[in-house]
Design a binder for this molecule. Structure first.
Ligand SMILES: [Zn+2]
Length: 371
């Protein structure tokens, strides 16, 4: 089973992440059970996974020629409803993974579109310029089965060269930055009386939808930035298929390949027993009483967030998002855990701390240092 495509936050399909993302949606939209909907014109029957897998190979959405027109416009204008071939690809992917959602192209209302444009416009120009050649666009659907989704666009030689980002408009519509971050960071823990975890990524004045969208988008852009950049092994390969990892310096700071078990393991697993039980969005495996111990273990690692510790792809996407947010944009990032109302543990962004110094250096080289 390959490390599946990034579908993050209640969205990136990196194996668990995919299920995770999807579940986040379900959790978020518990009021609206997702019914299987036949989408007209799909090349595969609604449950035909084999057909879907075949149809996704060499699919138009993954071919660079398909995006030539999009690539001819400035990157800030590559935003809009998902084109039909991308909607088809997403539906095939949901069939392949047994998800009931059938994504449909979404037209953003003026307010949401303004927030998306604003979220992008607020990014440091040096960051956004990194994507001119890599990002074929940010596209919107409803009913993704996740919040965000990123996947490869292959060049004529079949090598991953660019990426597209898909965001679920219906999910984004109701978000605010701190509520979204707090909700996300609570999902690995089963609720427990007296325990409370709060995430803060914006000051009160900036705690709005635009900044929720910006942080969600930064994570997906992290996945796009990894394309063709030797950051970590390709997400469409199984760990056992990975050869030497010598050319992935960022990956090697935290991960090793267990080819026998066909898994990635972190270099900290001996002192971080909670890591393999850390499942976001989808069926918490940790108890609320584990919150403080889990974060105490996390502080012994070089992962900037607990989500980063779930998979190599999300390690980089979280590192990139938090580095840009905290170091380049001087925004807050803090997790606070309380028991019976008293703070018992907290985690601040690790940039500037010895535990993240090597990742900090690589990110500076990749995206530049604070001006
Ligand atoms: Zn991700």
């Amino acid at each position: 089973m390959s490390e599946t495509l990034p579908r993050c936050g209640p969205g990136l399909r990196l194996s668990s992440v995919r299920a995770i993302a999807r579940l986040a949606i379900t959790a978020l939209f518990a009021l609206q059970p997702v019914a299987a909907q036949e989408v007209a014109g799909l090349p595969c029957a609604d449950v035909d996974k084999e057909c879907a897998q075949q149809a996704m190979k060499h699919h138009a959405a993954g071919r660079i020629d398909t995006w030539r027109t999009m690539l001819s416009v400035p990157v800030a204008e590559r935003i809009g409803p998902a084109p039909p071939y991308l909607v088809e690809y997403l539906n095939l992917d949901n069939i392949l993974n047994g998800y009931p959602e059938r994504p449909r192209a979404a037209t953003l209302d003026a307010g949401l579109l303004a927030d998306v444009r604003g979220a992008i416009a607020d990014l440091p120009a040096a960051i956004w310029n990194l994507f001119g050649d890599r990002l074929v666009g940010v596209y919107f659907v409803d009913g993704l089965g996740g919040t965000g989704y990123t996947d490869y666009v292959f060049d004529a030689q079949g090598k991953p060269a660019k990426g597209f980002v898909v965001l679920d408009a219906a999910v984004l519509a109701g978000q605010r930055a701190n509520a979204w971050a707090t909700w996300k960071e609570n999902t690995p823990f089963a609720p427990g009386a007296g325990y409370r975890l709060d995430a803060r990524i914006e000051a009160d004045d900036n705690d709005n939808r635009r900044n929720a969208i910006q942080y969600i988008l930064l994570h997906e852009l992290g996945h796009v930035l990894s394309i063709g950049a030797d950051i970590h092994p390709l997400w469409n390969l199984s760990p056992k298929e990975i050869g030497s990892t010598a050319r992935y310096p960022f990956f090697n700071l935290s991960w090793i390949v267990d080819r026998e078990a066909d898994k990635y393991r972190s270099r900290f697993d001996a002192n971080f027993p909670q890591r393999t039980s850390t499942v976001y969005y989808f069926g918490a495996k940790l108890a609320a009483a584990d919150m403080a111990a889990t974060y105490a273990s996390l502080k012994l690692t070089n992962f900037p967030s607990l989500y980063a510790a779930t998979a190599p792809g999300d390690d980089f996407a979280e590192s990139f998002a938090s580095y840009v947010h905290v170091v380049l944009m001087q925004r807050p990032w803090q997790i606070t855990i309380r028991h019976e109302g008293k703070p018992v543990a907290s985690l601040r962004a690790c940039w500037g701390e010895p535990r993240c110094a090597e990742k900090h250096k690589l990110l500076e080289q990749l995206v530049g240092r604070a001006s």
